[in-house]
Design a protein. Structure first.
Length: 403
C-alpha cells in the first residue's frame, strides 16, 4: 500500500538539520473533519511556528475529507487507511509504520481515542513517549474511550478544565493532565469580515435579525430546544430569521442517529409552523462569513467539552447565548460577553434571545466578547502553551522521567 511521505516539516531522513529540534508526529483516525480536527490543524500550525518540526499521520484514505482539509491548510499528511480496529492486519501495519519511523521522532500526539490505541500498541517497539489530546468529556463509556483510559500516556492535554476534571475522575494521574484551551484565529474571525453574502442567502436585509446556531446534528447538541425557543419568539420578532448551520454527521458510528435527529428537527419545525422562519442550511466551509452574517449565536449543547463556535462568534464581535455545561463556563462571561441559561429550558433561552433585540446591548456584548477572545483564546497563547507542554514531555523523556 502506498503511503505519502511525512510533511516536509519533518524530513525524517535528514537528521542533522533537525538536531536540537523537537520532532513531533500527530496521529488522527477520524475520516471526517469536526472540531477536534480543526484543533489538530491549529496544533500543527502553532507547533511549527514555535520551531518544532511536526508531521501528520492520517489513518484514513488520501482522498478522504481529513486529508483534503489538511492539504487545504498547507499540511501534507502521510495517509495509512485502516478499517475496523479489531482487524489485526491494519493494526499491525500502523504499528510497523510507527516503528519504522521511530528514530526520527521524539513525541507522538494522538488526536482521538482510536488513534491513541494504535499509538499505544506501537509503544513497546517505538519507545517514544506519547500524548493524548483529549477533545471530549470522559464518561468511561464507549469501547474506544474505555480502552483509551487503560493506556498510560506521558501527558493528557485537555481542551478545557471540565475535560481535565473528567479525566481525573476516571483515574488519570492529575500531575499528567495539562489544560490547553482551544483557540481561534482572531484575524480570520473578526468584525472586518463581510457577512452580507450569507445574509443575502437567507433573504435578510440590514434591518433583519439573524439568529443562528452552528452545530453537528446530534441529540446531545440540544437543537430541539433551539427550535422550541424560536416558536416562543414568533410574536416578538416579526423581522427575524433563524438558522441552523450544520449537516448530518458522516461518521459511520453516528450517522444513523444524526440522520434520525435531522428528520426529527425538520418534523418539529413543520409542526410548529416555522417553515418560513427557521432555515436549515447544512454544513458550511465559510464559517468566518457565517459568523459575520449572524447577529446572535445560540449554543444549546447539553454538556459541551469546550465550544469552539462560541469563541468564533465572540471573535467576530457577536453576542452569544449558551447552555451552561462542560467547558462553556470557561468561555462565556455572563452578562459581559453573552448570556448563560440552564439546559433544556426553551423559555429561558427565548427570554435571553429577546434581550438581544436591542442593538446597543448586542454591540456592548459583542465588543466585550471580541476583547475576551483575543486575550484568552488567540493562537499565540495557544502556541505558547502547547509548545511548553511538548517541550516538557520531550525533555522529561530525554532525562529518563516517565511523567
Amino acid at each position: 500500500m502506498a503511503v505519502e511521505p511525512l510533511a516536509a516539516a519533518v524530513r525524517l531522513e535528514d537528521r542533522r538539520s533537525l538536531r536540537g529540534t523537537a520532532r513531533v508526529l500527530c496521529v488522527a483516525s477520524g475520516p471526517d473533519v469536526g472540531g477536534a480536527e480543526m484543533v489538530l490543524f491549529d496544533t500543527v500550525d502553532c507547533l511549527r511556528a514555535s520551531g518544532i518540526a511536526v508531521g501528520l499521520l492520517a489513518l484514513s484514505p488520501p482522498g478522504g475529507p481529513l486529508a483534503e482539509a489538511a492539504r487545504d491548510r498547507g499540511i501534507q499528511p502521510a495517509c495509512l487507511p485502516v478499517g475496523r480496529f479489531r482487524n489485526p492486519v491494519p493494526a499491525w501495519r500502523v504499528v510497523r509504520w510507527l516503528a519504522r519511523h521511530r528514530a526520527g521522532l521524539d513525541l507522538v500526539i494522538a488526536n482521538d481515542p482510536r488513534a491513541l490505541l494504535y499509538v499505544a500498541l506501537a509503544t513497546p517497539l517505538t519507545r517514544q513517549p506519547y500524548v493524548w489530546h483529549v477533545h471530549d468529556l470522559v464518561t468511561g463509556r464507549g469501547r474506544f474511550q474505555t480502552a483509551a483510559l487503560r493506556t498510560r500516556p506521558a501527558r493528557y492535554i485537555a481542551i478545557s478544565r471540565a475535560v481535565a476534571d473528567s479525566l481525573v475522575r476516571h483515574g488519570c494521574p492529575p500531575d499528567r493532565v495539562a489544560v490547553v484551551l482551544n483557540a481561534v484565529d482572531t484575524d480570520r474571525f473578526g468584525p472586518a469580515v463581510d457577512g452580507r453574502p450569507f445574509r443575502a442567502e437567507l433573504g435578510a436585509d440590514s434591518g433583519t435579525l439573524v439568529i443562528g446556531t452552528v452545530s453537528r446534528i446530534l441529540p446531545w447538541k440540544g437543537l430541539d430546544v433551539f427550535v422550541e425557543a424560536v416558536a416562543r419568539l414568533g410574536p416578538s420578532f416579526p423581522r427575524a430569521v433563524f438558522v441552523v448551520v450544520g449537516g448530518v454527521v458522516e461518521r459511520a458510528a453516528e450517522r444513523s442517529e444524526s440522520l434520525a435527529y435531522w428528520n426529527r428537527l425538520h418534523r418539529v419545525r413543520d409542526e410548529l409552523g416555522l417553515q418560513d422562519r427557521l432555515v436549515f442550511v447544512g454544513g458550511r466551509s465559510d464559517m468566518p462569513t457565517v459568523m459575520a452574517g449572524l447577529d446572535v449565536l445560540v449554543h444549546t449543547a447539553l454538556d459541551e467539552p469546550f465550544g469552539r463556535v462560541l469563541v468564533e462568534a465572540m471573535a467576530s464581535a457577536k453576542p452569544v447565548v449558551a447552555t451552561i455545561g462542560g467547558g462553556v463556563r470557561e468561555i462565556v462571561r455572563e452578562g459581559t460577553t453573552g448570556y448563560l441559561v440552564s439546559p433544556r429550558d426553551p423559555a429561558a433561552l427565548a427570554s435571553r434571545i429577546r434581550a438581544l433585540a436591542d442593538p446597543a446591548v448586542r454591540g456592548r456584548l459583542g465588543e466585550a466578547g471580541r476583547d475576551h477572545a483575543i486575550t484568552h483564546f488567540g493562537l499565540e497563547r495557544y502556541r505558547d502553551r502547547m509548545a511548553r507542554v511538548v517541550s516538557d514531555v520531550v525533555s522529561r523523556a530525554e532525562g529518563g522521567a516517565t511523567g
